[in-house]
Design a protein around this ligand. Structure first.
Ligand code: HEM
Length: 151
């Protein structure tokens, strides 16, 4: 089960949504730079051109920022992402690493504007979305007869 997002986190994300939406491409670009330098073996799972992938992830992050109060409505979109992840064999254990990389990219791009409470709020949102995806993906793996460890 996923704990609901705290009221404080929702407030912080709402009040700073513009920071993320107006820097989403820069953040995702930086994120992929950090990810492929720290975890070069992840690169072979990606087939999109890097530009396409920045755009897709940037759109997703902005969508979470803008829809933070009704994030449950994004589940159909998350289901599509989960299916693509399963095709690329994304593993539950990769989520923690990618989450760290996303927060690092936000700090690099936003500098002082990425306050401690902003980063904590995004950590909570990332973990929340990650848990939804991991659960969906485990269901798809089970259907394929594969079992992937849960976090
Ligand atoms: C909360 C966490 C995550 C979110 C919101 C997210 C979001 C996305 C989105 C929006 C796409 C594009 C789907 C499309 O093509 O329409 C995607 C694809 C993909 N994601 Fe994730 N993702 C997350 C975690 C991860 C993790 C942990 C990995 C592991 C390395 C990963 C690897 C991939 C791969 C390999 C693709 C396919 C891209 C390609 O074919 O080039 N993602 N993800």
């Amino acid at each position: 089960m996923n704990n609901p997002l705290s009221a404080k986190t929702i407030e912080i994300i709402k009040n700073s949504a513009y920071l993320v939406t107006s820097n989403d491409i820069l953040i995702t670009k930086r994120m992929y730079q950090i990810m492929f330098s720290k975890y070069p073996h992840f690169e072979k799972q990606f087939k999109n051109t890097p530009e396409d992938q920045y755009m897709k992830l940037a759109e997703a992050i902005s969508a979470y920022a803008m829809n933070i109060e009704k994030i449950e409505r994004l589940k159909p979109a998350l289901r599509i992402i989960a299916r693509i992840h399963v095709k690329r064999n994304v593993l539950p254990s990769q989520y923690f690493k990618v989450g760290g990389v996303l927060l690092e990219a936000m700090e690099d791009v936003l500098g002082d504007r990425a306050t401690l409470e902003f980063i904590d709020a995004w950590r909570e949102v990332y973990n929340y979305v990650a848990r939804i995806l991991i659960e969906m993906e485990s269901g798809f793996y089970r259907k394929k007869g594969e079992v992937k460890e849960l976090l």
